[in-house]
Write a protein that binds this ligand. Structure first.
Ligand code: ATP
Ligand code: MG
Length: 384
């Protein structure tokens, strides 16, 4: 995109009204891309790579960033990333990379960028590493008195089941996303089913199995954007409350009539919205204001306790008494327009996709010192 567009926009603006970059940036969009035709090495689970992005999503993010005059490039987040980054020499990276294997894959790209001293969007290394590990995340939340269902991690499968865990139970991989390893057999009714499922998860996904009490109530996902200084760097300071956060409308995922009734599984997530077998997505969720307030409060506490940055989506489910429990946090929420939960939430509020993407970029740029905060801009003095 030509440099002129930003200069034109710049001159159109009165000074001091908004934080603006003083020149267009070079923005690298970093992602891992789905390749449905790629041969699958033996032993790789059928739903592996489900959280990788389609190239169309990357192109939409690039287009959104370019609407504000920046130059973008897509860089695939593979082993060549250190070299391709050097070539493109970005001012900042827009990171949606899920990483390639290991016990903290979502932290790989942030770790590399920290080493190369390149600013990037969203949460940093430790948050991405911990959030991928659902057991560790729950231990931290539990320690800070946030409600989480009773749980136990199984590393080799023959550990004794703790007494506070009563059937039905729910078994999932400890370190996956996008419903990977979650299907109708995830809910187990007795010790035999439990042992079989734990064994399946450990062997198939090569990682521990997380066993939790089954939460039988409604399911919500709660998105948020912000940081204490959001108003100083935002293109939309009016979005943010005094704490610097904007809470998106709560999305209820109603799965009872989906391909996996009662479970927001990998298969359910893969259904085309509105088609038979897909969950119903209800946004804003039809819930009491007190429950909505509680869900927003819990989601933001969950975000801040993990030191998440700029944006996240927190998944919450109610138990049989209607009490909410945190399931997990997504510091790299999906950003596919018209499909990802967070995109459904912004659409319900009438927020344009471009605004969400640019907001994530500018909040990060503010944290990394690429933007001068609005308040320090010189504003014309009032005449006495
Ligand atoms: N303890 C539980 N009780 C009942 N259902 C559960 C429980 N834990 C998970 N689920 C179901 O499994 C789904 C996937 O679980 P979870 O959100 O932890 O995994 P995920 O694959 O990381 O999700 P995402 O796609 O948001 O990254 C939930 O949306 C929910 O429907
Ligand atoms: Mg989830």
């Amino acid at each position: 995109m030509a440099d002129t567009s930003m200069q034109e926009q710049e001159s159109d603006r009165p000074p001091g009204l908004t934080a603006r970059p003083n020149r267009p940036w070079r923005v690298a969009v970093l992602a891992n891309i789905k390749d449905e035709n790629a041969p699958r090495p033996p032993g790789v689970p059928p739903d592996a790579y489900a959280d990788f992005d389609h190239i169309e999503t990357v192109e939409t993010i690039r287009a959104a960033i370019e609407t504000d005059g920046h130059k973008t490039e897509f860089i695939i987040a593979d082993e060549n990333l250190p070299y391709t980054l050097r070539e493109f020499n970005p001012d900042i990276c827009f990171n949606i990379a899920e990483g390639l294997g290991g016990d903290a894959r979502e932290a790989q790209v942030p770790a590399l960028l920290e080493m190369l001293k390149i600013p990037y969007t969203g949460s940093r290394v430790l948050t991405n590493a911990i959030a991928l590990d659902k057991t560790l995340t729950k231990r931290i939340w539990r320690d800070r008195d946030l409600p989480v269902a009773p749980f136990q991690e199984f590393s080799n499968g023959d550990e004794n089941l703790r007494h506070n865990l009563r059937f039905p139970l729910f078994v999932k991989p400890a370190r996956e996303g996008t419903g990977m390893g979650v299907d109708m057999k995830a809910r187990v009714e007795n010790p035999a089913e439990l042992r079989e499922r734990i064994k399946y998860i450990i062997e198939t996904y090569k990682q521990p199995a997380l066993v939790e009490s089954y939460l039988s109530g409604r399911e919500f996902t709660v998105g948020q954007i912000g940081q204490p200084k959001a108003k100083l760097f935002s293109r939309h300071p009016e979005w943010y409350g005094n704490d610097g956060f904007h809470r998106f409308p709560i999305l209820e995922v109603y799965t009872d009539k989906s391909v996996t009734p009662g479970i927001y599984s990998h298969a359910a997530k893969a259904q085309q919205i509105g088609k038979e077998g897909a969950p119903d997505y209800l946004c804003p969720a039809d819930i009491e204001p007190t429950l909505a307030k509680k869900l927003h409060y819990l989601a933001l506490r969950a975000h801040n306790i993990l030191n998440a940055q700029d944006v996240s989506r927190v998944d919450i489910r109610l138990d049989d008494k209607g009490e909410p429990y945190l399931m997990e946090i997504n510091p790299l929420p999906g950003l596919t327009p018209g499909y990802s939960d967070l995109c459904l939430q912004i659409a319900a509020e009438g927020i344009a996709y471009e605004d969400l993407i640019l907001e994530i970029l500018y909040l990060a740029a503010g944290r990394w010192g690429l933007l001068e905060p609005r308040s320090t801009f010189s504003t014309p003095k009032k005449k006495r």
